[in-house]
Design a protein around this ligand. Structure first.
Ligand code: NOJ
Length: 558
């Protein structure tokens, strides 16, 4: 059962480990090849035994699925692919029984073009009340035939699409920072605000323990709609100029309102997806009367490079300290190339990260040669590093199995809108969304009933990475995760708020958490001496060579 929702001294979410469920690829209960709520329910004991505090479920609302469910047609129901509202209620109740909290994914920047509001806006014509909930504008140039601004969609191409007016003539343009099937809402409209307040309450009342906020930095646009000019569409690190649609100051007022609603329902955290130009800007989202937490993606972007990682950790903690918010670390998610693959590339140790993470977090990295064995070795060390940091950690389903990015999916199966919108220049994010292998043998590897065909093909070799293949093997990735999560829960050293850096050779990160815990991560290729000083090794990502920590390995000492 869940512990008390509010602890006077420490809220559960301040150091939670949250497991991200990409529902369509987690477990398929009904055999249609697509993961669903029934599948999640059948695997809840797995999540309890793994030792996570909560799950975050990617959007499960009715959707035409133009962007994996981030195009929501109805925020108060469940897509029939995934189940029913009754199934959702049952899942939330069963998760709570097992002590697992449930975070949902709210998508406030845009709806689906099949949302009733958008259909009404197109039908009602220019100047109508219905159009004011979205961002319709007249075009420029002769007959308004050019987009109102030069803004670009994160998925490629212009961020504006022209509609046919009710009289059959080409008319106004609407803004979509993502796909054309994802029209942006106008958050200056009181009905938009009221609607989302009501959606939050709807799910709180059904038992949701919190929300991940999609594109939390994008809701408010500069009302002057200035051109971007030569400026890149993604916020650039350190660029002090305000951007016309990312990280506008007006978003904070929205989140202060949301915080009040959350507080009225107990201790139910938000975690914001935020991309900002400077770490200090991140802290603004988690001021005491705003959101509880926000992902700090710089840790993920730092590659396997000690100085960059240390900077990301230090700055992340430094900017959050004054506002009292915990850091939120993550190595992978449904928008990023899986980190086993990223860490196996030469680019992992390059002086500058070569894979910029866009405002959507889209995986833009080119597929350069990858050493998966090296990537897995580093991934084992990386998770010990991440789980030893103060704050929250998010795990993306399948990383506990050491799954790699699937880079050879057939072109005709790719579904990411980025693939289409980029004119097939960007393969997109399907490679990190391949259905999980639960048992060895052959596909579907227990993802669905025998004979069912997963929506994306699983690599033939994934049986050896399956849950059954790894369970009980002390050297497996899965058992490393299980041991790490158990220790993190049980060892008092992990409760400390701060970390203290300790002397270490170049390329080695070494820090203490309270007196009783020391963490050493060796990001070089060579082994280094490990001074135990009376401590013992609690957990290591690779076998030690006597009193030496091998290259690309990490250890917890206590
Ligand atoms: C971020 C989500 O994580 C991503 O999957 C989605 O495509 C965009 N936001 C647009 O909603």
């Amino acid at each position: 059962m869940l512990a008390a929702m509010t602890d006077e001294h420490r809220s559960w979410w301040r150091d939670a480990v949250v497991y991200q469920l990409y529902i369509r690829s987690f477990a398929d209960g009904d055999g249609d090849g697509i993961g669903d709520i029934a599948g999640i329910r059948s695997r809840l004991p797995y999540l309890r035994d793994l030792g996570v505090d909560a799950v975050w479920i990617n959007p499960w609302f009715p959707s035409p699925m133009a962007d994996g469910g981030y195009d929501v047609a109805d925020y108060r129901d469940i897509d029939p692919l995934f189940g029913t509202l009754a199934d959702a209620d049952a899942l939330i109740a069963e998760a709570h029984e097992l002590g697992i909290r449930v975070l949902l994914d709210i998508v406030p920047n845009h709806t689906s073009d099949r949302h009733a509001w958008f259909g009404a806006a197109v039908a009602a014509g220019p100047g109508s009340h219905e159009r004011l909930r979205y961002l319709f504008r007249d075009g420029r140039g002769p007959g308004g035939s050019e987009p109102p601004t030069d803004w670009e969609s994160v998925f490629g191409g212009p961020a504006w699409t022209r509609v046919m007016e009710p009289d059959g003539r080409p008319g106004q343009w609407y803004l979509h920072l993502f796909a054309p099937e994802q029209p942006d809402l106008d958050w200056s409209h009181p009905e938009v605000r009221a609607e989302f307040d009501s959606i939050l309450r709807f799910w709180y009342e059904r038992g949701a323990d919190g929300f991940r906020i999609d594109v939390a930095h994008g809701l408010v646009k500069d009302p002057a709609f200035p051109d971007l000019g030569p400026r890149l569409r993604a916020p650039r690190a350190g660029d002090p100029r305000p951007h016309p649609y990312w990280d506008q100051d007006g978003v904070h007022d929205i989140y202060r309102g949301w915080r009040a609603i959350a507080d009225a329902h107990g201790d139910r955290p938000f975690v914001a997806e935020v991309f900002v130009s400077h770490p200090e800007r991140l802290a603004r989202f988690v001021r005491p009367d705003e959101l509880h937490t926000a992902f700090d993606f710089r840790f993920l972007q730092a590659g396997w490079e000690a100085k960059r990682l240390r900077t990301a950790i230090d700055e992340g903690l430094r900017v959050l300290a004054p506002v009292g918010a915990p850091a939120t670390w993550v190595l992978s998610n449904h928008d990023q190339t899986r980190h086993v693959t990223r860490y196996g590339r030469a680019s992992a140790t390059a002086p500058e990260p070569v894979a910029p993470v866009g405002a959507a977090g889209a995986a833009l990295a080119v597929a350069d040669p990858t050493d998966l064995a090296l990537g897995r070795r580093r991934a084992r060390a990386a998770v010990l590093l991440m789980l030893a940091l103060p704050g929250c950690a998010y795990l993306y389903q399948g990383e506990e199995l050491g799954l790699e990015e699937v880079e050879d999916l057939p072109d005709e199966l790719l579904q990411d809108p980025a693939w289409l919108r980029s004119g097939h220049a960007i393969r997109g994010r399907d490679g990190c969304r391949v259905p999980l292998p639960w048992s060895d043998g052959a596909s579907p590897f227990g993802f669905g009933p025998a004979g069912s065909e997963p929506w994306l093909p699983q690599p033939a070799g994934w049986g050896s990475l399956s849950v059954t293949a790894q369970t009980g093997d002390p050297d497996s990735m899965l058992e490393l995760y299980r041991s790490a999560l158990r220790l993190r829960r049980e060892h008092p050293g992990f409760g400390a708020d701060a970390l203290t850096w300790l002397d270490a050779p170049d390329g080695v990160l070494r820090f203490g958490r309270a007196e009783s815990l020391e963490v050493v991560a060796n990001l070089t290729a060579d082994d280094v001496p490990l001074a135990l000083d009376g401590r013992r090794v609690l957990l290591a990502s690779a076998p030690l060579a006597g009193h030496r920590l091998p290259g690309d390995a990490a250890a917890w000492l206590g």
